[in-house]
Every structure is written in C-alpha cells, then in structure tokens.
Design a protein. Structure first.
Length: 181
C-alpha cells in the first residue's frame, strides 16, 4: 500500500479508520455535501456501491463544508439525511476540509498524487463563475462530489471532476479496469 494508506481517518461515527483498512479493494473517495446541486449524485454512488461492492469496490464519502457552505450539518444530521433521502450504506467519514490551507492530510496527498482531473472540469468551473462564485484552481478540489479512484495497491489511479456522474462511461470503465486487475 502507498503512503496515503497510513493517513489516520475518522469515520462519521467517531471510530478510527485509514485507507489501509480497506487494502486490496478499489476505492472511490468522494467529497460530499447535502445541500449542493450535485447532491443527487448520492443516489448513483449508492447504486454503484451496491453493484460493485461484492467485486471489491468501496465508495467512501467525505462530507465537506468548503464550497458554498453546502454541508452545514452535524455528523448526526448528515447521517440522517443520507440514510433517509438516499439510503446510503457506504462508509462515511468525519466532516473535514478538502481544500485550502486547512485541508485534511488525505486530500493533500490525493491532490498531490493526481493534480489533474478528468471530465468536464473547465465547463464546471465556468458554470460556477456564471453563478458569481470563484472556483478553486488546480490542483485543488474544484467542488463537491469530485472523485478520486484508488487502485488495489493504494495508488491514485484517476481523478474525476465534480460534474462526472457516477454512471459516466469513463468513470465506470476506470472502476471496472481497476477491479479487473
């Protein structure tokens, strides 16, 4: 496993975890938010998790309030929202920053390992500007629901822009390719 596997993480219930605890699986790490225009992606992420979990895929949700204050809730409120609205059963982690000077060590390592994102990043960046928002610059996480694909060996295999839907052919193809290794 890679160095990112040893970074200490905290689950949303307060228990300790790390990517190393998921060794041998393909991981899709996603920064999530409950009050975002992309929040319906939870449905697709849960469907993907159910479809591929027996083949070794784990979706890991990391709530963050970095973008437009779209994840203001407590851990309990986030769990209730995800469960009651989307039936989320994949692992969720403690809310923490994914961008800026205070970003959690996992996201510092992920963006350093994979500074470029696939998918409609520039289109999404321009859309944010159209709403009067100032988007982050690469290699920072652009917005909620950006996706990092971690290979079984712990390396960062790919990164996808926030607007990349969970059923996107490129994302699904990348996941299936990693699962086949």
């Amino acid at each position: 496993m890679s160095d990112i596997a040893a970074i200490p993480l905290t689950r949303i219930d307060g228990s300790a975890d790390s990517l190393g605890d998921h060794a041998g699986n393909v991981l899709l790490v996603v920064n999530v938010a409950s009050q975002c225009g992309l929040t319906p992606q939870y449905e697709g992420l849960e469907a993907m998790y159910k479809q591929y979990k027996d083949q070794g895929l784990e979706v890991l949700g990391f709530p963050a309030n970095d973008f437009g204050a779209q994840e203001p809730g407590t851990h309990e409120e986030i769990v209730e929202f995800c469960s009651s609205n989307y039936g989320v059963s994949f692992p969720m982690f403690a809310k923490a920053d994914v961008t800026g000077d205070g970003k959690q060590p996992l996201y510092a390592a992920l963006t350093a390992a994979q500074p470029d994102k696939a998918g409609p990043a520039e289109e999404f960046r321009e859309r944010l500007k159209g709403y009067g928002m100032t988007p982050t610059e690469d290699p920072e996480v652009l917005w909620n629901f950006e996706k990092f694909l971690i290979a079984k060996d712990g390396s960062v295999a790919a990164r996808f822009a926030p607007g990349t839907e969970p059923n996107d052919a490129d994302l699904v193809g990348a996941i299936e390719a990693e699962l086949a290794k």
